[in-house]
Design a protein around this ligand. Structure first.
Ligand code: HEM
Length: 412
């Protein structure tokens, strides 16, 4: 059998992601794709994907396991996704070490303790939205979805309240693709300087926050009592929290609000008590996961597939979470958004050894944001026809370029 048929070239502008995902699923459990010039196996079969994400035959460490690594770092637009040095791209023992250090800071107990903080941030943002004249239009990504996770991450990391606005400005700069290279470099320098100030401050005055917890971690195995994270790893781990927890959460809030506004019957299920806000969050994560494809993984050994093909050692693998979530073997009528589904299982947070460490926090933010928004603005409606909402031009991030919504506060 021909191992390498011509790859499907994924559309970088992601103009019709659903159609592209259908095309990928039609190729079988895996499809040969070209993602911005790099060839990879896109895995869309949920059972196979879970198996690959659990075992040791697949790595995220391109330095060690991908012959294409050096060239990609030089030339690939998504180089940062493979070149960053933190748990996201670590394998085996390195991954276990880095993950074990961060995990306690995002434990169920710590996350639950953040509930009043999340509610406070949400209430403050909704107070701001209430200043929109009745019937006026607010851009909800900018005024609600973005400021929420960045305020929560700032709190989690122990960023002092009076530096919150600076912090958000610097973090926004990391995601702003319109900056010149000089502006971007200046922004990164200022963000690193701010993280260094934060680390120095928390070292001198430890608090009940993630930065202090990471500083306090000690290597437990070598018995030398040294810091478990080097200064560089500490900084890059804080950066990972920002990168992993920011735009993903924005997209969750964006997609949930959009889908409820375009499917009023689903909102009615929640209002009548037939479904909960947690159901809305889970169904949104299944139907419109914030991350569509996750680059990249690499075969550590040859991986034979059930259909006779083989992923060869060293070949790249793309976890195609959005396509897998709507696989017809997994859910009946998979394209329908239905908050009353009995099982809403999904892979939006990944699976196995790299499963999202912030999943509980993301769920808390999602539920709090949606419940409070629809309480405050029960008659909100999209300010443009749904088919005029433009998707972000990204194969990874699944959100809209903007979300204009007409607001009418609830009658007193
Ligand atoms: C709706 C919001 C979120 C979504 C959809 C999401 C999704 C994901 C996914 C898909 C992965 C696994 C990537 C892979 O395939 O290897 C991941 C990993 C991770 N996420 Fe999230 N995430 C969200 C929010 C957060 C938040 C709020 C935080 C923390 C503040 C966070 C921290 C992390 C970390 C540290 C990892 C790396 C885990 C590892 O490599 O072992 N995420 N996330």
């Amino acid at each position: 059998m021909t191992q390498h048929v011509a790859p499907i070239v994924l559309d970088p502008a992601a103009r019709d992601a659903d159609a592209e995902h259908r095309l990928l699923r039609a190729q079988g459990a895996v499809a040969r794709v070209d993602i911005l010039g790099v060839e990879a196996w896109s895995v869309t079969d949920p059972a196979l994907l879970k198996e690959l994400l659990t075992g040791q035959d697949v790595s995220k460490d391109g330095r060690r396991h991908w012959p294409g690594y050096d060239e990609a770092v030089r030339t690939w637009p998504l180089a940062l996704w493979v070149a960053a040095m933190n748990m996201f791209t670590a394998y085996g023992g390195d991954h276990r070490r880095l993950r074990r250090i961060v995990a306690p800071a995002l434990s169920a107990r710590r996350t639950a303790a953040l509930e009043p903080v999340v509610q406070g941030v949400v209430d403050g943002l909704l107070d701001g939205l209430e200043t929109t004249p009745a019937g006026g239009v607010a851009e909800l990504r900018e005024r609600f979805a973005y400021p929420l996770p960045i305020a929560v991450i700032g709190h989690l990391m122990g960023v002092p309240e009076d530096r919150g606005a600076d912090f958000r400005g610097l973090v926004d700069g990391v995601f702003d693709t319109m900056l010149t290279p000089e502006e971007a470099a200046g922004n990164n320098q200022r963000l690193y300087a701010m993280l260094d100030d934060l680390i120095a401050d928390r070292r001198a005055h430890p608090g009940d926050d993630l930065t202090s917890a990471l500083i306090a971690m000690r290597a437990d195995e070598d018995g030398e009592g040294g810091a478990a994270l080097s200064e560089g790893e500490l900084r890059d781990t804080l950066l990972l929290m920002i990168n992993a927890g920011y735009e993903t959460t924005v997209n969750l809030v964006d997609q949930a609000i959009t889908t409820l506004l375009t499917h009023p019957g689903q909102l009615a299920h929640v209002r009548s008590g037939r479904a909960t806000w947690a159901d809305v969050v889970e169904e949104t994560l299944r139907h419109e996961p914030p991350v569509k494809h996750l680059p990249l993984r690499y075969a550590v050994a040859d991986i034979p597939l059930p259909d006779g093909r083989t992923i060869l050692k060293g070949e790249a693998i793309l976890a195609s979470y959005a396509a897998a979530n709507r696989h017809p073997d997994w859910h009946p009528d998979p394209d329908a958004f239905d908050v009353t589904r009995l099982t809403k299982e999904h892979l939006a947070f990944g699976h196995g050894i790299h499963f999202c460490l912030g999943a509980a926090l993301a769920r808390l933010e999602g539920v709090t944001a949606l419940r409070s928004f629809f309480d405050r603005f029960p008659d909100a409606e999209l300010a443009v026809p749904a088919d005029r909402l433009e998707p972000m031009a990204s194969l990874i991030s699944n959100g809209h370029r903007s979300l204009p919504v007409r607001l009418r506060p609830a009658a007193a």
